[in-house]
Design a binder for this molecule. Structure first.
Ligand code: PRX
Length: 653
């Protein structure tokens, strides 16, 4: 969000909302937690780890060999046992773990006992396929219960999974399978989105053609659509899993054992495999889920609307809620299918009490109008959350009024794939909230803001770069196979501290406001996409000589992708057709989320004398702002032409 108008809006925001007294009175976490964590940070996290079940207790809380953290070394535990079995063992086998609803309206309920049985069967199935502790398994599934079962089955046998979002292309899937050398892929024939069956298996077929080490593709039948079948590789989930025993005795893994790899965009064309491990991660997601949402597992119905393919789904659909014995709702489809009130209908149907979603979804609901949620009974809601991008005060207020009925505290949670869990957020029973502010670092989290020179800024009325100065249990272990890139990306900008890549500000009360990315990473609908990744996709098209990509402010998606393209020779097609072809090409290379909304074919791009593309100027035009300094350009007329042509460039909404 580098839009200056939005930033100045934020800075004039002065509405405040104290925690509702009844929430404060009953809250899981009170203000005392801050003092406790300040007095003994490691002791505080050790206490959080006590909430889990460990087969062997840790020897130390933390081995810190900067920038590599090993939390609870010597401790041994099993993630799936913690998420499922232990709840059954203490008598909660009948408690509902998951209320799942498919887009067409089919539904399934899984109790903790039912989930335990399926996870054991799936774990036995993976063992039968030869998967062993340490082997990687790729998961490419729609939002169906098997997603949760597959992830937990991997965790149960110590095989790190890499979930690839179902909206990513075959090409994106291929590079991820290869980067982590997965030998097994779990997928489905397809899933339901926007009233139609989308295809997943076809993408897997295309991806594994170039992955000679993939030995098995396990296919869930979801839609029943026609699919190609490769008898060498493919096996139906129901043929393989249903005949397995529902008993499986878990092994216990050392706390630093890899749990999963999740790829995310960085500032290069190659996504980074973020590696999370076992003991620290599970401690952190369980504690934060319980604290931030004030979860009461016996009575709350919790719904996080993210896709499991993103970190929000890993931490706050699967691992955090299940470790806490929560009852969750999972929904397969889109919010407007078959009608624009579908989400609110689900809140009413399942009596959802905690809802966690993204600002984009709130802005979309705003666009459709408050009349739609008004038709449903939303009185079960008691805590609301947002994540993924800065929320503009207007959307925050709308969420409070039209969804939360003016009574629900809103937690605006800042975190990243790399951080594993929420780091900055208000606590519902503790903090006075402000529309648009993520308020404070959680207890035990040391967030600071540095200036450009790496000086620590006072916690009052100061803006700069957000850093974390102490390790925390949910933090990533490294980038898969690339310790050096891990060090370089996060720990070199300001030596000794973790650089998040976000701008932030302390206001005069000492509350934090996130100001968006300070690097070449865009945030479209809360999804992270690097400008360079989209540029590389564009230049891989034979008709493109050069490309520059920037993010521009968008009222619904936060940012929209704008691409400037120099064609190779004269394009054979007209501008519109060429633009459409390039969009399709990007969809094939990365996925529909990376498709430029606007694409302008240009003869020249603004460059410095040393040949560097000045994205800053392109960002200015794409954002309708005054152009910054153009004196370093080789040819300043380039920008005049771009300025003139951009408003008429083909746009796709
Ligand atoms: O720029 C920040 C933004 O999303 C980035 C992390 O993206 P990702 O790893 O995909 O994880 C998204 C879900 C945790 C951050 O660097 N971001 C995330 N939450 C917020 C946010 N920006 C402002 N406010 C937030 N609450």
């Amino acid at each position: 969000m580098s839009d200056e108008a939005t930033i100045s809006d934020l800075l004039h925001e002065n509405r405040t909302f104290p925690p509702p007294p009844d929430v404060a009175r009953e809250a899981n976490v009170s203000g005392d937690a801050f003092a406790a964590a300040d007095a003994d940070r490691l002791g505080f996290w050790a206490q959080a780890a006590e909430r889990l079940s460990w087969e062997t207790r840790w020897e130390r809380v933390l081995d810190w060999d900067p920038p590599f953290a090993h939390w609870f070394p010597g401790g041994r535990l099993n993630v799936a046992y913690n998420c499922v079995d232990r709840h059954v063992e203490v008598g909660h086998g009948d408690r509902v773990a998951l209320r799942w609803e498919g887009e067409p309206g089919d539904a399934r309920t899984l109790t903790y006992l039912g989930l335990r049985n399926e996870v054991c069967q799936a774990a036995n199935a993976l063992l039968e396929l030869g998967v062993r502790a340490g082997d990687r398994v790729a998961i490419y599934l729609p939002m169906i219960p098997e997603m949760m079962v597959a992830m937990l089955a991997c965790a149960r046998i110590g095989a790190p999974h890499t979930v690839v979002f179902g909206g990513f292309s075959a090409e994106a899937l291929r590079t991820r399978i290869r980067d982590c050398d997965a030998h097994v892929v779990i997928t489905a024939d397809g899933g339901y989105r926007r009233g139609a069956a989308s295809a997943l298996k076809a993408n897997v077929d295309a991806a594994v053609r170039d992955c000679p080490d993939v030995r098995h593709v396990v296919v869930v039948r979801r839609t029943g659509q026609e699919i190609a079948w490769n008898t060498e590789l493919d096996v139906w989930w129901h043929d393989l899993v249903d005949r397995q025993s529902s008993e499986h005795t878990p092994d216990f893994f050392e706390s630093g054992h890899p749990l999963y790899i999740l790829y995310t965009s960085g500032t290069t064309g190659k996504p980074k495999g973020i590696l999370h491990t076992t003991g620290g991660y599970l401690t952190y997601v369980a504690w934060t889920h319980w604290a931030v949402f004030d979860l009461k597992p016996e009575t709350d119905i919790y719904w996080c609307s993210a896709d499991v393919g993103w970190v929000t789904g890993h931490s706050y659909i699967v691992y955090g809620p299940l470790a806490n014995g929560a009852t969750s709702v999972m929904y397969e489809g889109t919010p407007d299918t078959p009608h624009q009130g579908r989400w609110w209908e689900l809140v009413e149907k399942y009596r959802v009490s905690i809802l966690y979603t993204a600002p984009t979804a709130i802005r979309t609901a705003m666009k459709w109008g408050a009349d739609i949620p008004r038709r449903f009974d939303l009185s079960s809601l008691r805590v609301l959350g947002t994540v993924g991008e800065p929320i503009n005060p207007e959307a925050w207020m709308w969420y409070r009024e039209h969804i939360g009925g003016q009574r629900c505290p809103i937690v605006d949670t800042w975190w990243q794939t790399e951080t594993g869990g929420i780091l900055i957020t208000p606590l519902p029973g503790v903090h006075t909230t402000k529309p648009g502010s993520a308020i404070r670092p959680l207890p035990g989290i040391s967030a600071e803001i540095y200036n450009d020179d790496g000086h620590l800024l006072p916690r009052k009325d100061a803006a700069g770069y957000l850093v974390l100065t102490e390790p925390w249990p949910g933090m990533m272990r490294t980038i898969w196979g690339d310790d050096e890139r891990y060090r370089e990306t996060y720990w070199s900008r300001f030596p000794g501290v973790y650089f998040a890549g976000d701008g932030a500000k302390w206001d005069t009360d000492g509350d934090i406001w996130l100001l968006g990315r300070v690097d070449d990473v865009m945030n479209v609908s809360g999804h992270r996409i690097s400008t360079i990744e989209v540029e590389s996709a564009l230049v891989s098209h034979p008709g493109v000589a050069e490309a520059a990509v920037v993010g521009s402010p968008d009222p619904t998606t936060g940012q929209a992708i704008v691409a400037f393209v120099i064609p190779r020779g004269r394009p054979e097609t007209d501008g519109q057709t060429f633009a459409r072809e390039l969009r399709e090409h990007v969809t094939r290379e990365i996925g529909p989320i990376a498709k430029p909304k606007q694409l302008l074919v240009v003869a020249e791009l603004p460059k410095t004398r040393s040949g560097k593309i000045m994205r800053r100027l392109l960002r200015d035009v794409a954002s309708n702002r005054e152009l910054g300094d153009v004196t370093t350009l080789t040819d300043s007329s380039v920008m005049d032409l771009i300025k003139e042509k951009l408003p008429n460039a083909p746009r796709e909404d």
